[in-house]
Write a protein that binds this ligand. Structure first.
Ligand SMILES: NC(=O)c1ccc[n+]([C@@H]2O[C@H](COP(=O)([O-])OP(=O)(O)OC[C@H]3O[C@@H](n4cnc5c(N)ncnc54)[C@H](OP(=O)(O)O)[C@@H]3O)[C@@H](O)[C@H]2O)c1
Length: 269
């Protein structure tokens, strides 16, 4: 399957386009000529991104949508198909994290996180598939996380939701390839977005904090998409940890425990 590099006459959907990574990807896709539908819950934030895109000469549509609700996603995707008649690219990016020890994490929020991060990806993928299958062409980009490759303390439920996205995405990459649909999984490490509130930053040891900007993430994602890659970790060097985990598991455990140890002192209280 060829990569996607020529965005002229194409239509894309970006979920979670009201801020951070999704907003940046939407702007960059629109700047390359793609008509982009922006999905998220906050209408005014989506309108602000759409206005930026239009001012820059691009085309954008806003669909307010809660990805945790299947009917909401179906309605939004149908609106895009009614408007533009096709979907070439779906970016499943909507999601949220929670830095909290598992013992303190509300089960209702764990369920909501799974519905948003994992089932949101399922709902949107299901909704675009008939169109992509009908045309024998499409690209699906699923935003997991390095926490979806390497389980993280203080984010166990978030890690689980991102492992779920990664598993779905990898499985689909094989299953959908014969249908002409390319699936790529994105594994960001730390990207400077609203996800990192002062409260979240206060829980993280400074040593682990090496952020990339959303523009860098977006550039690397579009580069990988153009080359037809099936996965991309940003920054790339972080992927060394995946190898260490397999080849030197005890060393990997010691490093992870050491980096995160300050957070774990809460466990004794
Ligand atoms: N930043 C990082 O370091 C990092 C690292 C690894 C993975 N990621 C992943 O990257 C994705 C984007 O996160 P971000 O860092 O850009 O954070 P962000 O700025 O907080 O953006 C999250 C986006 O997801 C949307 N969203 C959340 N819940 C939603 C729902 N139920 N329905 C529809 N949209 C929803 C938000 O929009 P509304 O609130 O308007 O609905 C927002 O547009 C997430 O999946 C996150 O897990 C981020």
């Amino acid at each position: 399957m060829a990569g996607l590099a020529d965005f002229r006459e194409t239509v894309g959907i970006v979920t979670g386009a009201s801020s951070g990574i999704g907003a940046q990807l939407a702007r960059d896709l629109a700047a390359r000529g793609m008509r982009v539908a922006l999905l998220a819950r906050r209408a005014e934030r989506l309108e602000a991104v759409a206005t930026d895109i239009r001012r820059a000469g691009g085309e954008a549509a806003v669909e307010v949508c809660d990805v945790a609700e299947g009917s909401s996603v179906e309605r939004a995707v149908k609106a895009v198909l009614d408007r533009w008649g096709r979907v070439d690219l779906l970016v499943n990016n909507a999601g949220y994290g929670r830095h909290v020890l598992f013992k303190d994490h509300d089960v209702a929020d764990i369920e909501r996180m799974m519905r948003t991060n994992y089932l949101g990806t399922v709902y949107a993928t299901k909704a675009v598939l008939p169109d992509m299958r009908g045309r024998g062409r499409g690209w699906i980009v699923n935003v997991s996380s390095v926490a979806g490759k390497l389980g993280q303390p203080d984010e166990a439920a978030y890690s689980a939701s991102k492992f779920a996205v990664a598993g779905l995405s990898e499985g689909l990459s094989y299953e959908l390839a014969p249908l002409g649909i390319h699936v790529m999984t994105v594994y960001p490490a730390l990207v400077r977005t609203e996800m990192f509130t002062p409260a979240v930053l206060a829980r993280m040891p400074e040593r682990s904090m090496s952020f990339v900007e959303p523009a860098v993430l977006s550039r690397d994602v579009l580069h990988a998409l153009a080359r037809g890659r099936h996965e991309v970790t940003v920054p790339r060097w972080v992927a060394i940890a995946y190898v260490l985990r397999v080849l030197l598991p005890r060393f990997h455990r010691r490093m992870t425990a050491r980096i995160r140890l300050p957070v774990l002192r809460d466990l004794t209280t």
